[in-house]
Design a protein around this ligand. Structure first.
Ligand SMILES: [Zn+2]
Length: 135
């Protein structure tokens, strides 16, 4: 998909940083934005958000770009599983949320899946639960 057709400036920023627009970085971007909304924090490289990601693929770049989570700062941790699930912790408020991506319909082509990830509402893409990982 061509970046010039993307209306979401945050997604553009993530894809440019990451080097390409794929499903992984799109999932990360949507999750980061949804988490920020649910935790009531502004998207910022200086957001004091800690992320525990269950996936260490392309999605993690979006957490860096939009929430400033980084391995160097100790705010990007991994607890790898076979899920696209991410727990976010706002140290300032003590609030936290876990987002788990819905399962991909195996009938969807890669392009259809990417389009869905870009266009669907966040609450239709992710299930919300309580983080189980203690930080
Ligand atoms: Zn990628």
């Amino acid at each position: 998909m061509d970046l010039t057709n993307i209306k979401d400036e945050d997604l553009k920023k993530c894809a440019e940083f990451h080097g390409h627009l794929g499903s992984g970085v799109t999932i990360g971007c949507r999750a980061a934005k949804y988490a920020a909304k649910l935790l009531n924090v502004e998207l910022s490289e200086n957001a004091d958000i800690v992320c525990v990601s269950e996936n260490d693929g392309c999605c993690k770049d979006a957490f860096k770009v939009l929430l400033g989570c980084s391995e160097e700062k100790g705010t990007l941790l991994f607890d790898l599983s076979d899920k696209m699930a991410f727990s976010f912790y706002d140290e300032a408020s003590g609030k936290s949320v876990k987002l788990t991506l819905i399962d991909r319909d195996p009938e969807l082509s890669d392009d259809e899946w990417l389009k869905m990830l870009i266009e669907k509402k966040c609450d239709e893409l992710f299930e919300i639960s309580e983080p189980v990982f203690e930080i």
